[in-house]
Write a protein that binds this ligand. Structure first.
Ligand code: SF4
Length: 384
């Protein structure tokens, strides 16, 4: 089996928990940072040898919340275990409010090549509606500092915030285009169980955008970003030429990756293993020398091939039948031929005989298409 050349590290700390967030994070618990860094070192210690990496992605949570010194210490914990090769893509996620000259210098010294900013919006009103703790000015300042240091920059943009209008989304995208970043990820706000936002929604204190408005916002984002020179290369992702996220592309190619930290999920080509989500449980288990994994999801060959169809079709490049057969060992048409014929008839996909791609209307519908692809219970295994 191919050995992983990609790794993800989860940093669970945030200054403040945003009302919509259901990630594995702790807010206001900086007292745990030392313990976390020790546990990351211990979890990495289970690797039999250093991993040569083409991509390393440090996400969260908010890695930048560690500050310049914390980032250096995190990289110290990686030493001898995670070894990005020359030219590797090394990404950290950052809150715009944390980005100052010291953090940028530490990132550059650690070998970071790309920073993904959780900006979400350049409108003060939308940031307040999303319960974010930074300002539009901090986003602009962060981008200027990062670009000035020669780093590649991604901006996350969220649409369908409570009370947000289509015109506000369009203005946000125009402002993002003016920033001169290399990559933009656009997500529609999702209302997750257990979050403060869903409680407020259920009590009528927040209102969710209508589906049709969500769709028009997303279409507006695609049109503006494409007109601004971005390539729409995956449902949610847009890049200037040469700036696709190589780390995510490895996920979408179903290639193996390693992962460390609470809630982090690794994949060996057939089994997805997910660590305990609770930072406390993860730390306790790592410290006790126990396996921090909470879940082992072993797919059958058919299940893995069906997942490959979903991640492949989320990409604008689509799926080349011959490559699919070579990599999965199964026939694309045997698994999804009938479905795809229906999608083509509806204008949701195009099929030139060699390659199948979703059209823009197919991409906008994509979440509702996947049930047909995946809906066969083809997974084995379970918790372990
Ligand atoms: S900054 Fe990101 S990870 Fe942290 S609470 Fe907000 S949405 Fe969640």
């Amino acid at each position: 089996m191919e050995s992983p050349r990609a790794a993800y590290v989860h940093v669970p700390f945030c200054r403040h928990r945003c009302g919509y967030c259901d990630f594995a994070v702790v807010a206001g618990r900086d007292d745990l940072v030392d313990r976390y860094l020790g546990a990351i070192g211990q979890e990495l210690g289970r690797l039999p040898a250093a991993l040569d990496l083409d991509t390393l992605y440090v996400g969260g949570g908010t890695p930048s919340h560690l500050g310049a010194e914390g980032l250096r210490r995190l990289w110290g914990a990686f030493a001898g275990r995670l070894a990005p090769v020359a030219g590797a893509e090394v990404t950290i996620e950052a809150n715009p409010a944390d980005v100052d000259a010291a953090l940028v210098a530490a990132a550059v010294a650690c070998g970071v090549s790309r920073v993904s900013l959780g900006a979400q919006s350049l409108s003060a009103r939308t940031l307040a509606a999303l319960d974010r703790d930074h300002t539009p000015e901090q986003v602009r300042r962060a981008v200027a500092l990062l670009l000035g240091a020669g780093l590649a920059v991604n901006i996350d943009v969220m649409t369908a915030a409570p009370g947000q209008s289509l015109a506000e989304v369009e203005r946000d995208l125009d402002d993002v285009l003016d920033l001169g970043v290399h990559h933009v990820s656009v997500y529609c706000l999702t209302w997750e169980r257990g979050t403060r936002f869903i409680g407020l929604l259920n009590r009528g204190a927040l209102e969710r955008a209508e589906e049709d408005l969500e769709r028009r916002m997303f279409e507006g984002a695609i049109e503006r970003l494409e007109a601004g020179g971005f390539e729409h290369y995956e449902v949610s992702n847009f890049a200037h030429p040469g700036h696709r996220c190589r780390h995510n592309e490895r996920y979408w190619d179903c290639r193996p990756w390693e992962a460390f930290g609470p809630g982090a999920a690794r994949f060996d080509g057939r089994t997805r293993t997910t660590n305990h989500r609770s930072p406390f449980t993860w730390m306790r288990r790592v410290e006790a020398g126990l396996d921090p994994a909470a879940d082992h999801d072993r797919m059958t060959a058919e299940g893995a091939a069906r997942e490959r169809i979903v991640v492949g079709l989320r990409r604008r490049d689509g799926i080349v039948r011959e490559a699919f057969q070579r990599e999965s060992g199964l026939s694309f048409d045997g698994l999804a031929g009938d479905l795809v014929r229906g999608w083509v008839a509806n204008g949701w996909a195009v099929d030139d005989g060699a390659r199948v791609r979703l059209t823009r209307s197919g991409l906008l519908l994509s979440d509702s298409l996947w049930e047909g692809v995946l809906g066969d219970g083809s997974r084995g295994g379970g918790r372990g």
